[in-house]
Ligand binder design. Structure first.
Ligand code: GLA
Length: 382
């Protein structure tokens, strides 16, 4: 069943009335610029045609009632007039609760509502299913209560929910692209100013995502540890964020950093440069350059930032061998499993998918999943 019908029907079955409107918030894939966002650096994601859908209608009793169609129709409810706390046994509901708390903190006056949620962004795959949920909920309240919040603020509120309520110290990339994505465009994002630059996908190139289906343990603790290491490096260079360390400064002043922190910082400093170069290479359709930059990014995530794993490296190597300099491939997202992203010419799409199908499972014992999407626009009422 089409996702929009699923959410409308699920809503009606639960609340015995039709929804007033449905919001669609996309997941994302990051083409380059990994672990740079919380260093105030540069990223280049696009929103994808896999999304979280939120169906909504108003209530007049100050209550929020929720149903998650993807978690056996689990329900949750809370009052807007009492303190909203974390619920242990329904993790999905905390994304909604967290967004409501952050909206209220900023003084927005909310009204009660019924909400049904479904989605097809694969979870735990590095394609930002949680950001899509947060952004979908923030936008749903914006629409329901006529709050006129800017898309940037929708993203910041959603990120704050994840940082303060859910407890993951993520950066701004995922929420910002889910809120602000553009049809057929990737966006170069300056994560300090939040300025967005449109980046074209070269003609005839497709964006493929392969989920390694590696179970991601330790993600949050390793993620937060990388953040701390980056902050330690920034302190060494006497700046607030590694964004402010140029390559020359890094090479000149890196002595005194521990070997480990130096590796982490080297990744971030060079990844920022690669991302800026990629924005130009994409706009110039310079596929050879894109190929090099994506390969450099992957190598750096593997050896310096140490966030890949053997299954992901195998997949990237397998695809890189077929692609040569005709496209690019790298791990995408937070790491330790999840997805890889490949920019592939039309005529190699089938070849590459079969190559992965023929080798990945026999090498790793895991079966991959494949997704294809061109960039789509950000959150909207549909
Ligand atoms: C996760 C976080 C993002 C970003 C990426 C790594 O997706 O949510 O903020 O840090 O990892 O680039």
């Amino acid at each position: 069943m089409e996702l929009v019908n699923k959410v409308k029907q699920g809503f009606e079955q639960t609340f015995s009335a039709a929804a007033d409107f449905v919001v669609k918030a996309p997941g994302r894939v990051n083409l380059i610029g990994e672990h740079t966002d919380y260093n105030d650096g540069f990223v280049m994601p696009c929103a994808i045609d896999y999304a979280t859908l939120v169906a909504v209608s108003a209530r007049d009793d100050g209550q929020v009632h929720l149903v998650s169609l993807d978690y056996q129709c689990q329900q949750d409810q809370f009052s807007l007039n009492e303190e909203i706390s974390f619920v242990e046994n329904k993790l999905w509901a905390n994304y909604v609760r967290g967004v409501v708390v952050e909206l209220q903190k900023r003084g927005h006056v909310l009204s009660g509502c019924n909400i049904a949620i479904t989605g097809n962004v694969p979870q735990g795959a590095g394609l930002s299913s949680s950001a899509a949920l947060e952004v979908g909920i923030a936008y749903a309240f914006d629409q329901l209560c006529n709050l006129s919040i800017s898309k940037q603020d929708i993203a910041l509120i959603s990120q704050a929910a994840e940082n303060n309520f859910v407890g993951c110290a993520c950066g701004i990339m995922d929420q910002l692209i889910s809120a602000c994505g553009k049809d057929n465009m990737a966006l170069g994002i300056d994560c300090r100013s939040l300025d967005l630059t449109e980046v074209t996908i070269p003609d005839g190139m497709r964006i493929l995502m392969f989920n390694s289906n590696v179970k991601r343990g330790l993600v949050d603790s390793e993620y937060n540890l990388r953040r701390e290491q980056c902050e330690a490096a920034a302190k060494h260079f006497n700046v607030s964020h590694l964004r402010d360390v140029a390559i020359e400064t890094f090479e000149r002043d890196k002595q005194g950093l521990s070997a480990l922190v130096a590796k982490r910082a080297e990744h971030v400093v060079y990844e920022n440069e690669r991302t800026l170069a990629a924005m130009q290479a994409f706009n110039a359709s310079d596929i050879t350059k894109i190929s090099q930059l994506m390969a450099g990014s992957h190598q750096s995530m593997k050896t310096l930032f140490e966030i890949t794993c053997p299954e992901i490296d195998f997949m990237v190597d397998t695809i890189a061998k077929v692609l040569g300099d005709k496209g690019g491939v790298r791990m995408t997202g937070g790491g330790f499993g999840g997805c890889i992203v490949a920019l592939v010419p039309d005529n190699l799409v089938d070849v590459i998918i079969s190559e992965v199908e023929n080798t990945y499972q026999s090498e790793t014992g895991l079966k991959e999943s494949v997704y294809i999407s061109q960039p789509v626009k950000g959150v909207a009422v549909i």
